[in-house]
Write a protein that binds this ligand. Structure first.
Ligand code: DGI
Ligand code: FE
Ligand code: FE
Ligand code: FE
Length: 190
């Protein structure tokens, strides 16, 4: 059977129910956006299926994987180790699931903070993570869902802006990459 089916079965085993449902939602949404924008549908499904593969590990485990494999950890990540599920997830995708495509790996790596000048696939996974059907409510979600299929960069900028507002509301530490990504797309829109 296809690699996607194998990865799907592996995710069903390693993720809890709620996270697995979210993962299926991201994979299908990423496939739909790939159809809309002319990206590789299989890569979008694969990245969507694997993006949270390190989400159900303990923070201790995430930090120990980073230490063992020389994955850099900044101060914000050390204080908020859940952020590392993206970096650790991209590592597991390479090592355990044999993903060799750089764009797919980068889509997993950058799905939480984004990065300036993302590829189409990276943007698709970032946006799908936020808009997939079973995701918890967020402000402006129905408008952002509509916008995602009209103007991907505009949807991306809305998500980045709303994420920064949310982080300020909860007084969360802002990773420099989250801020840089917002600034990049904000400047580009002006
Ligand atoms: O893993 P998911 O929940 O599906 O989604 P995700 O990996 O995009 O994580 C979303 C959460 O990450 C959301 O609550 C906002 C938070 N986040 C994004 N950027 C930052 C951040 N949290 C902190 N503390 N700092 C950031 O820069
Ligand atoms: Fe995530
Ligand atoms: Fe996200
Ligand atoms: Fe996710």
């Amino acid at each position: 059977s296809s690699n996607i089916k194998k990865i799907r079965r592996a995710m069903e085993k390693t993720l809890d129910d709620k996270r697995f449902e979210h993962t299926l939602g991201v994979a299908y949404t990423a496939a739909a956006l790939a159809m809309r924008y002319g990206a590789d549908i299989t890569k979008a499904q694969t990245a969507g299926m694997l993006h949270d593969c390190a989400k159900c590990l303990s923070n201790e485990k995430r930090l120990s994987i980073c230490e063992k494999h020389n994955i850099s950890v900044n101060d914000i990540e050390r204080n908020n180790p859940f952020l590392l599920h993206a970096k650790v997830g991209s590592y597991i995708a390479m090592q355990k699931y044999n993903i060799r495509d750089t764009d797919t790996i980068n889509a997993i790596l950058n799905h939480t903070t984004g990065r300036p000048d993302m590829s189409l696939l990276e943007k698709i996974v970032y946006v799908s993570d936020y808009i997939e059907p079973v995701r918890k409510q967020a402000p402006n979600l129905s408008e952002i869902r509509r916008l995602a299929f009209v103007d991907l960069d505009e949807a991306l900028l809305h998500i980045l802006g709303d994420t920064l507002i949310y982080l300020n509301t909860i007084d969360g530490d802002i990773d420099p990459m989250t801020q840089k990504t917002y600034d990049f797309y904000k400047n580009r829109a002006e």
